[in-house]
Design a protein around this ligand. Sequence first.
Ligand SMILES: *Cc1c(COP(=O)(O)O)cnc(C)c1O
Length: 450
Amino acid sequence: MMGLAEDGGLLLPRTIPRVGCETLASWQNLTYPELAFEIMSRFIDDIPANDLKDIIARSYDTFTRNEITPLAHVGEYHILELFHGPTLAFKDIALQFLGNLFEYLLDKNKSTLNILGATSGDTGSAAIYGVRGKERIKIFILHPHGRVSKVQEKQMTTVVDDNVFNIAIRGSFDDAQAIVKKIFSDVDFKAENNLGAINSINWARVLAQVVYYVYSCLHIIDHEKDSSLDFAIPTGNFGDIFAGFIARRMLPEGTIRQLVLATNSNDILSRLVNRGDYSLGEVRITSSPSMDIQAASNFERYLYYLVDSDATRTGELMEEFLKNGSLDLKSYQEQIKRDFTAASVAEDEVLKTIAHYHAEYGYLLDPHTAVGVRAAEQYKTTGIPMICLATAHPAKFGEVVAEAVNTEPELPENISAILTAESRCEIMEANANDIREYISTHAHGKDEGK
Ligand SMILES: *Cc1c(COP(=O)(O)O)cnc(C)c1O
C-alpha cells in the first residue's frame, strides 16, 4: 500500500515466478477471474486463497462482458478490448482490483486511508470508481475546472457516495498536480491525515495488468504448434507495457515475441528505443491525452532489469535523470532493442487510422488505441498474431472519433445515463492552503461530502 519505497524508489518482487508449458496448457479453460487468481497468487503470499479469490471476483463483477477483456478480430489484427469496466478505460482493470485490495488490507489493520490525487481525466474517474462506497477510504480528486471532457467530468462528479470528494480547481492540470505535490511534501500533514496516493507506480496495478497478456496468449496461440505472438501497446506512463514485459519473463521463452511500444508525438520512449536517447521534451497536447506524458513513472522499473537488477545503479541513473532531464543509454541500446520495438505516431495518422479501420472493417478505434494499431502496422510479421491493446472505448473520446469518421460514436447505456444524473463537485481556487483545509475538515468528519 505504500506506493513509493522509503528511499523514494519503486517496489518490485524479488523474483518473477516462471510458468512452464504444462501449467500454461492447464490454464486453457479458466475464466478471467480464475486465471487472475493463478497469476496473482504466485506473487502474493500473505492473503489466504479464498480471500484473494473473493477480492478478484468482486473486482471483475463490475465489467459488462463475461470475458472481461474480449478479443475482436479486425483485419489482420486481434484487438484486445480492455475498456468494458465502469469508466470505459483500461485503468479499471487495475483500479477495481486495487480498491478492493486496499479495503481488505485496511479492514485487517483497522485503519483508514485518505486518497489524494490530481487527474486530467482517466485516472481520476477510474480511481473514484475503484473506491466508491468503501468505508475505510475517502478519496479527494482534483481536476482542472472546465478542462476535462464532458464525459470524464460527469464520470467523476456523478459519483455522489459519501466518501468521494471532487474538487474542480480554477486552473490547469499542472496547477492541480502542483497542489497535490505540495500537500504531500508536508510530512506531518500527510501522517496526521493518513494521506495516500493511487497513482500508476503501485505494483499491484502492474500485477493486475499482467493477467490480460497471459489471457491473450491462452486464447490466440495454437498450442499444438510451437508459436508465439506480438503485442502493440499505446504507452504513456509505461505501466501497461511493463506488465507485458513481466508477462514475457513469466511465460515460456518465445511465447511473447515482440512488444511494440507506441507513443503519440510525446515520443521520449520511442526515441529511447530507436536511438538510445532518453531526454525530456515539452509535453505536447494531442488527441490521445492519457499518453501526453514525458517522464514515464514506471520506466524506473524497466531500468532496474536493464542494469542487471542492480538497485544501486538504478538509483544513480534516476538521480542523474532528475538532475539533467536526460540519460545517455546508448551502451544499453542492443538490449533495449531486444526488449522492445517502437514507433511514434503523428496526429494526422491517428485520424487516418481511425477512419481506415472504420471504413474497411466497421470497427471504431479510440485515439489511444489507434496510436497502437498504427505502430503495429509497422511491425506486423506474416504468420505471427499481433494483438493490439484497446485502452479506451471510442465513445470516451467521441469528439476525436467524430472528426475522423463524421459520426459521434454511441455511448454505452450505463454511461449515457450519467450525463443527466445528479452530480456534486466543489469548485475552488488553485490555492494549496484552501485545499489542505478542505481535506483536513473532511478527512476526519463523519458527515462527509456535503
Ligand atoms: C493511461 C492510459 C494509457 C497509457 O497507459 P500507461 O500504463 O500509462 O502507459 C493509454 N490509453 C489510455 C486510454 C489510458 O487511459
